[in-house]
Ligand binder design. Structure first.
Ligand code: C2E
Ligand code: MG
Ligand code: MG
Ligand code: MG
Length: 281
């Protein structure tokens, strides 16, 4: 057993070095990729109500690395966060989403809001509002078609700046949701000070909400909290009918997850949109 433990340790060391090396390579590749924005594209995961009507999408980035394989955002977003690359990715998301919606609008589809994931760093950079304004104008689109997802961290550390930026976004009719709600910090005081619209229940709680009492309690507590504060809730990572039923019974009627659909390329997302009624005179 002793020997075994030692082998495991050796293996651990070797893997750690591999991971560091991989991170280093990704960082270089990421810097290069930023000059080739076509290596990033966005997929759209539907958000649905209890009747499975599509009420929105979330845009999720995909990066095609130089070896032709997709690299998961779970791997490269944390690396991008270390520099201003994360701002470039956020801007790319906003730009692509609004271009996509402009195309849909021209083709006569009924638009639903699309959310983009924005890093805390980007939120307080001073660049977000001017960029969104310029992109809305360039695409002749309204703010109401855009939503911003942020995680809790930045809301606690930079509260004054966040109040300012989030209020401006609200003034542009852009909705704000707190992503991965419940996994960040324990202070809830920011909820009363910030103009937030939606709490997004983290997948880690949703996963076992129907099978583990504690996870179920956490979900229903988040839903009650949101209701009491006049906020909406959406559950992420809903994979089973049992999870959906539990959430519905407990008052959360909006969800996202593999049960309804994985994130889709734009053309497949288009198939889920309704064509606007043509009014004859
Ligand atoms: P997130 O914003 O919490 O997004 C949800 C993640 O869960 C997505 O992973 C989505 O594909 C995945 N997912 C959705 N439904 C299910 C399900 O039913 N089961 C399971 N197992 N997974 C599900 P993805 O696309 O790999 O993104 C991972 C994270 O990377 C995102 O978490 C977000 O934090 C970040 N990210 C993705 N795109 C962007 C982006 O454009 N900008 C920024 N800043 N971050 C992004
Ligand atoms: Mg998100
Ligand atoms: Mg999330
Ligand atoms: Mg998540």
């Amino acid at each position: 057993a002793k020997n075994n433990g030692r082998n495991n340790y050796q293996l651990f060391l070797a893997e750690m070095q591999d991971a560091d090396l991989a991170n280093f390579t990704y960082e270089q590749d990421l810097i290069n990729a930023i000059n080739h924005p076509e290596s990033f594209h966005f997929v759209y995961q539907p958000k649905v109500n209890q009747y499975d009507d599509v009420i929105g999408f979330e845009a999720l980035v995909r990066w095609l690395g130089c070896d032709g394989h997709y690299i998961s955002p779970a791997v490269f977003i944390p690396i991008a966060e270390k520099s201003d690359i994360i701002i470039t990715i956020g801007e790319l998301a906003i730009k692509r989403v609004l271009q996509q919606q402009m195309r849909w609008q021209k083709q006569g589809y009924e638009l639903v809001p699309i959310s983009v994931n924005i890093s805390g760093k980007h939120l307080i950079s001073g660049k977000l509002i001017p960029f969104i304004n310029a992109q809305l104008a360039a695409n002749n689109m309204l703010g109401e078609h855009l939503e911003i997802e942020i995680t809790e961290g930045v809301l606690l550390t930079e509260i004054e700046e966040c109040i300012k930026v989030l209020s401006e976004l609200k003034g542009m009719n852009i909705k704000i949701s707190v992503d991965d709600f419940g996994t960040g910090y324990s202070s809830l005081s920011y909820l009363k000070r910030l103009p937030i619209d939606i709490l997004k229940i983290d997948r880690s709680f949703v996963n076992e909400c129907a099978s583990t009492t504690e996870d179920g309690q956490i979900c229903s507590t988040i839903i009650n909290l949101a209701n009491n504060l006049g906020l909406q809730t959406i559950a992420e990572g809903v994979e089973t009918e049992a999870q959906k039923a539990f959430l519905l019974t407990n008052g959360c009627s909006t969800y996202q997850g593999y049960l309804f659909s994985k994130p889709l390329p734009a053309d497949k997302a288009t198939d889920l949109l309704t064509v606007q009624e043509i009014l004859c005179e």
